[in-house]
Design a protein around this ligand. Sequence first.
Ligand SMILES: N[C@@H](CCC(=O)N[C@@H](CS)C(=O)NCC(=O)O)C(=O)O
Length: 314
Amino acid sequence: MGKLVEGVWHDVWYDTKSSGGKFVREDAGFRNWVENKPGAPFQPESNRYHLYVSLACPWAHRTLIMRELKGLTQHIDVTAVSPDMLDNGWEFSTPEPLFGFTKMHQIYTQAKADYSGRVTVPVLWDKKTNSIVSNESSEILRMLNSEFNDLTGNHTNYYPEKLRHDIDEWNAFIYPNINNGVYKTGFATTQEAYEEAFDNLFAALDKVDAHLATSRYLVGDTLTESDWRLFTTLIRFDAAYVGHFKCNLKRIADYPHLQGYMKELYQFGNVAETVSFEHIKRHYYFSHKGINPTQVVPKGPDLDLESTHGRDGV
Ligand SMILES: N[C@@H](CCC(=O)N[C@@H](CS)C(=O)NCC(=O)O)C(=O)O
């Protein structure tokens, strides 16, 4: 774990001292867009882009899901990093295919030799300009959702115009309280910061569970990007966050509606193939030595994800 400072790798853990024990996530550094319009520098083209992900990472996972849902698997290839993120940050267990690099920070300095900032996944790489289009998953998600439609013929829209208000509202609620809420709970270094994040997280899960009692998905009966953004945290919850991040008031399996909802999304299309509990458990329990010094990875839990989700009547 570390960061680049003017192109040089430094091994440093997150600074929580300057924020009273609270974990504060840094903004992404590359914010360009693939756009299907004349003259745009990043055009949607088959085999032009490469997606670097971690199968453990919830932010990267949502881009991987969108790539599947939008029929982009034969147009955008993927490289997954090793689940172990230690002194060198994210690494490749075998050299990655584009340059033969063994470390993710080399991809960043290949794009910008004097880059300063954290080296995060996902990264959408452009083979044509030899640069990073974006390392912000929420924006990569939108590009995959809409900009490659002419190429794939897949016009399913997970961010439709008429539902944007509700989708934006759910995203604004779920990101700080749930997606990042589990990290704020797990990375807190004071009792107060931990308890505040913990209370906030479970209040948010209670609210979503109650909503799902009468609503098939977050926004009525249409599956939207908000569902996929929530899903990647839910699917990691019982396997990693309950134990490793001490998010242990309840498991998702204890929630009457969240559990069935999560199972329905898991069973949707090829989504199950994007989920790797091996990477998820190994990454969290093995990489965060400050939290789990023995690096022992738990064998369980036994998750029941294949049985009927029971959501058809909602
Ligand atoms: N804003 C980014 C956040 C991505 C992110 O924080 N990814 C984590 C993995 S789950 C990471 O790569 N962390 C490495 C680090 O912070 O040094 C996004 O959503 O794309």
